[in-house]
Design a protein around this ligand. Structure first.
Ligand code: 13P
Length: 289
């Protein structure tokens, strides 16, 4: 199998040839490392109707960054209406049930989420794993169903503090990623539809974010595993996010890391100004590269 360096060299060569042939018009999206940055808001179980109506007014989407907002499901239609027709951000759900319909009290299918305006869904969040007993196998089932059901997926993986302290970070990340992708058949999904979020559990809601080095090391590790699972071309096209106590103050340094393509933001996303400023910092960091 080709290494990352070989694929990057090959793609650079092809891009160079295309640039030479087109006078430079065709390039940027094809260049590895030029993945469209993505910043997603996970509101979790926060905000009431009045907050939802007010939130979009202070949203300032920067150019060149894809935004996704995942409100509590009950607010999805209200948020869609409040965002307006200009679609300044895509909508996502925080959970999905893999079955198409049936006796699953309290749950929602892919088709329901799509009908309500969602194009994304978060799968495998550590809160769902820890608080609601979601297993790797159930995460894999949801992931497969969501992609098959026309939703784009933000797949969350991340180690607990004891696992990091015990030197098990990479074993945990490899295990969660491998298990989550186990049910996917061939062909491989479009890399634009499957985003991986590295969310160390010890950084979620604690005010203690991973250092840029820790986040980069984990993101690069996940990208290598994606290359093993699919191939390097796929892995270099896929977005990897960091999540865990991201704030406007920490976003720039984290976003400057080569394998971090954006963020999954919890607490700070409740404030549209803070969320916009994280997105703006991401845009600036990626422009500079
Ligand atoms: P915080 O940004 O509040 O730490 O939450 C991160 C998270 O879990 C996003 O899914």
């Amino acid at each position: 199998m080709a290494t990352r360096e070989e694929v990057e060299r090959l793609v650079r060569q092809v891009v160079g040839e295309v640039l030479a042939a087109t006078g430079g018009a065709a390039a940027v999206a094809a260049e590895p490392g030029r993945r469209a940055p993505l910043v997603a808001a996970n509101w979790k179980m926060n905000l009431l109707a009045a907050d939802v109506r007010a939130w979009p007014a202070k949203l300032e989407p920067p150019a060149g960054v894809e935004l996704v907002v995942c409100p509590p499901l009950v607010w999805l239609p209200l948020l869609r209406e409040a965002l307006g027709p200009a679609a300044r951000a895509a909508l996502g759900a925080q959970n999905v049930h893999p079955a198409p319909r049936g006796a699953f009290t309290g749950e929602h299918s892919c088709a329901m989420l799509r009908d309500a305006g969602a194009s994304w869904v978060i799968v495998g969040h550590s809160e769902r794993r820890a608080l609601f007993g979601e297993t790797d196998a159930f995460v894999a089932e949801k992931l497969r169903a969501a992609l098959a059901g026309g939703l784009r997926v933000i797949l969350c993986v991340g180690e607990r503090l004891a696992e990091r302290d015990g030197g098990a970070t990479f074993r945990v990340l490899r295990g969660q990623l491998t298990a989550a992708l186990a049910d996917l058949g061939f062909p491989a999904p479009d890399p634009a539809t499957l985003v991986v979020a590295y969310e160390p559990v010890w950084a979620i809601g604690t005010g203690r974010h991973a250092t840029a080095e820790q986040a980069q090391e984990a993101a690069a590790f996940l990208r290598e595993r994606l290359a093993e699972r699919f191939d390097w071309r796929w892995a270099l096209a896929a977005r990897i996010l960091y999540g865990g106590s991201v704030t406007p103050a920490s976003a720039a340094e984290l976003a400057a890391q080569p394998d971090i393509d954006g963020f999954l933001v919890g607490g700070a996303s409740l404030d549209p100004a803070a969320f916009s400023s994280i997105a703006a910092a991401t845009a600036r960091a990626k422009e500079r590269r």
